[in-house]
Design a protein around this ligand. Structure first.
Ligand code: FMN
Length: 345
């Protein structure tokens, strides 16, 4: 078993175990994917599974410049073009649904303050049109606003299905709305959405249910996230394990420690979670093969290698060297550094 062995699991039929990790490239002015995005995903359709970049569930979710949405008809039509192309090339594609919560800026929200679980400033940078800006203290979301957010996720999942996606992924990596609710230092609520671990998980549970009504659902967890108030400590990491054990979803996408793959840490999640397990963060061909060979994960996702090597699966198959990605082209711009990398063959 290796990255290039097919996987037939719980209704997933992947020709290889190399997953394109969700990767924000901030090249969608107006939020409607176009021909550039169709070309970008077409180039990467050889992945066993494509997880398309974090995408707004509603106007209220916005908190990053030039990121696409899935809440208007034009956006659904734009994404339909992308999924048609990926499917025509024999690929499978799910959409990551994104809500930035407290990590947004009034510039994105018509001058209104961002809303989060509680009025606690997360102290994170926000990518605005005017460059990186610090977060302020958010408003605490009211219960009606939380219910509207769950409904937005349900509508976004229904829209993703209409746009031809094979499922959705919930909870973007890092410090965004769902992770904010899980975090006891950011979620100080005393109602049904805060306090006990079960209450802090309630929003995610309700969103999983709302999305599952429309097709397959994966959840992304980052139990080793570090950064300001959001750092996941030992106690919260234990809560993440409880959360993973209770998840009834089609796959779990686990982002490991930044220091690189930690097989023992991933193996714990393998025991806790029944469905397809995708692991991530700092993998290379050799470590990817090894984690599959050991039976610890079903698939491995790659972000930075896929930025610089759209034909990553072909390069793995041929044993060709990889190009190194350039952080200067990650966010913003046009075709350069996006769809213009040379193929290995
Ligand atoms: C340019 C860039 C954009 C990213 N965008 C997202 C995103 O939209 N959603 C998400 O969950 N993670 C995002 N990530 C994190 C990646 O999915 C991945 O977890 C991380 O890059 C580690 O994997 P790698 O070592 O294969 O690059 C992004 C990473 C990069 C470099």
């Amino acid at each position: 078993m290796s990255l290039l062995t097919p996987a037939h699991l719980d209704g997933w039929c992947l020709p290889n175990r190399v997953v394109l990790a969700p990767t924000t490239r901030a090249r969608v002015p107006g939020g409607v994917p176009g021909e550039l995005q169709a070309a970008y995903y077409a180039q990467r359709a050889g992945a066993g599974l494509v997880v398309a970049e974090g995408t707004w569930v509603s106007e209220r979710a916005v908190g990053f410049e030039n990121v696409p949405g899935i809440h208007t008809e034009a956006q659904v039509a734009g994404w339909r073009r992308v999924t048609d192309v990926v499917h025509a090339l024999g690929g499978r594609i799910v959409l990551q649904l994104w809500h930035t919560g407290a990590v947004s800026h009034p510039a994105f929200l018509g001058g209104r303050r961002p809303a989060g679980p509680s009025a606690v400033n997360p102290g994170e940078p926000v990518h605005t049109a005017a460059g990186r800006r610090p977060t302020g203290t958010p408003r605490e979301m009211g219960v009606a606003e939380i219910e509207a957010t769950v409904a937005d996720y349900g509508t976004a999942a229904a829209n993703a299905r209409r746009a031809g996606f094979d499922g959705v992924e919930l909870a973007a990596n890092g410090v965004y709305l769902l992770a904010q609710f899980l975090h006891p230092r950011l979620n100080r609520r005393t109602d049904a959405y805060g306090g006990s671990p079960a209450n802090r998980r309630r929003l995610l549970a309700e969103i999983v249910e709302a999305a599952a009504a429309h097709g397959r659902v994966g959840v992304r967890l980052s139990p080793w996230w570090t950064g300001g108030l959001f750092t996941v400590d030992e106690e919260l990491r234990a809560e993440y394990e409880e959360l993973a054990a209770g998840l009834a979803v089609d796959y779990l996408h686990l982002r490991g420690p930044d220091a690189g793959p930690d097989f023992a840490a991933f193996a714990r999640y393998r025991e806790l979670f029944d469905g397809m397990l995708i692991v991530n963060n700092g993998f290379e061909r050799e470590t990817g093969d090894a984690v599959i060979e050991a039976g610890i994960a079903d698939a491995v996702s790659f972000a930075r290698h896929f930025i610089a090597n759209p034909d990553l699966v072909t390069r793995f198959a041929l044993g060709h060297p990889l190009e190194v990605s350039d952080p200067a082209v990650y966010y913003g711009g046009g075709a350069a550094g996006y769809v213009e990398q040379p193929a290995a063959v």
